[in-house]
Design a protein. Structure first.
Length: 250
């Protein structure tokens, strides 16, 4: 749920924001440059959005960095992206620590080369005690993969005799999904003009507010962020109730 900063009907800040960071390739291509230049420029926007979330009092930020379908890109682009992840993880971890940001990677990281897996584990360990913004990076992540891995865990519980089949309910699966320890995703932003989910957080976004921006990810900054928060703030979240019911309960 969102919280009002002042208790009045002013700006309401989401507790958990998720972002599909799209448009890097087109940003670079528009300048006649290789797509990887756009991915590098996208790292700047990541830094910016982490800062903006910290300053606005957002509790959690989840960024889609590499989908389970992105392996289908040309081998060279995938290799360059992997190299970029390795470099960025090493370079940014100090800044995250300094800013009290806890990093967690969600997705099937066993598919990554050992060096990248090691960097991920190091970065997570080094920020594990940070108590500020919870930053989640979705890498080799797919919403369907997430649901399947939660179901496998539930099946194992039954197999071990820890619970019955009837005990598998929404609450149990919720607890087994990625990000279950965090508040629900209040706002899902997608940059780059496309209006689709692309197998991101399928379970977790059941009741998120959606915001689509035409801004390409490398151009995402204060203005686009403010526009998204403003749009979120103007929405009435009804969760199945009527508008009148929600206005009554405030
Ligand atoms: C998103 O930007 C970044 C990743 C998927 C890694 P794209 O690379 O998809 O950029 P466009 O959509 O081709 O412009
Ligand atoms: C979604 O972007 C994945 C990430 C931003 C990491 P894509 O550019 O891969 O999505 P589609 O394929 O156009 O739907
Ligand atoms: Mg894209």
């Amino acid at each position: 749920m969102s919280e009002s900063l002042s208790g009045q009907r002013e700006i309401s800040v989401p507790r958990h924001i998720a972002i599909i960071m799209d448009g890097n390739g087109r940003w670079a291509e528009a300048q006649g440059k290789p797509r990887v230049v756009g991915h590098r420029a996208g790292v700047r926007s990541v830094r910016e959005v982490v800062r903006l979330c910290r300053e606005s009092g957002v509790d959690a930020l989840t960024l889609f960095a590499f989908s389970s379908e992105n392996w289908r890109r040309p081998e060279r682009e995938v290799a360059l992206l992997m190299r970029l992840f390795i470099t960025v993880l090493r370079r940014e971890v100090k800044m995250l620590q300094k800013n009290n940001v806890r990093l967690k990677v969600i997705g099937d990281i066993t598919m990554f080369e050992p060096k990248l897996q090691q960097r991920i584990q190091e970065a997570e360990a080094r920020t594990a005690d940070c108590t500020g913004l919870a930053l989640n990076v979705a890498a080799n992540y797919g919403g369907r993969w997430d649901i399947a891995q939660a179901c496998r865990q539930a099946a194992r519980k039954v197999q071990r005799g820890d619970c019955s089949v009837a005990a598998i309910d929404e609450a149990m699966l919720q607890g087994l999904m990625s990000l279950s320890e965090l508040p629900e995703v209040d706002l899902l932003i997608r940059t780059g003009g496309e209006q689709r989910i692309s197998n991101f957080l399928l379970w977790q976004c059941a009741y998120s507010e959606l915001f689509f921006s035409d801004v390409l990810w490398p151009d995402f900054g204060d203005d686009a962020f403010a526009e998204a928060i403003e749009a979120f703030s103007s929405r009435q979240r009804r969760f199945g109730q009527t508008g009148a019911q929600v206005s009554q309960t405030g």
